[in-house]
Design a protein around this ligand. Structure first.
Ligand code: HEC
Length: 141
């Protein structure tokens, strides 16, 4: 008899705990309201022939490299750290601000990868697009 009462009490207690949890308010799920941060906003790819020469390097850089190399991107975070360790200012974490990059170096990093940066194939960015991006970033020649 005592066992039965204990068992029933346990079931009632368990059920009420479960009900209380089900009704309890919980932390909201999903991203916070408002626009996503800039590095998550990929500009639309420029329309037209991706293999044609003479594209706009800035637009192509932001479209193809921006999700890592605009403000807040993981590439920017890493390069900022590297630049600061070399005694440079944090704004040098943005590749667009650098004056020490050459076009050939940019192309070599893009096609070969570097450390945490994955290789970018000709599907990711065509040779013609990379020429324009390398010209835009390669302010040291
Ligand atoms: C998936 C993220 C990602 C993408 C996409 C990406 N990068 Fe990077 N990039 C990185 C990271 C991370 C580093 C730092 C690598 C390291 O040293 O470990 C880096 C480093 C570089 C460097 C070297 C900077 C230095 O000081 O030596 C260059 C140049 C560069 N990226 C150019 C580009 C260009 C141009 C594109 C677009 C075609 C691009 N990256 C796309 C993540 C990315």
């Amino acid at each position: 008899m005592t066992r039965t009462i204990l068992a029933v009490a346990a079931i009632v207690l368990g059920a009420s705990v479960a009900l209380a949890q089900a009704g309890a308010p919980h932390a909201p799920m999903g991203p916070p309201p408002g626009p996503p941060p800039p590095y998550q906003l990929r500009p639309a790819y420029p329309a037209g022939d991706r293999t044609a020469a003479g594209g706009n390097g800035k637009v192509l850089f932001e479209a193809h490299c921006g999700y890592c190399h605009l403000a807040g991107g993981m590439g920017t975070n890493l390069v900022t750290k590297q630049q600061m360790m070399m005694g440079r200012t944090p704004d040098q974490g943005l590749l667009a601000n650098r004056t020490d990059l050459t076009a050939d170096y940019v192309k070599a990093v893009v096609r070969g990868g570097k450390g945490a940066m994955p290789t970018q194939t000709r599907v990711d960015i065509t040779d013609a697009e990379l020429d324009a991006v390398a010209k835009y970033l390669g302010k040291a020649g």
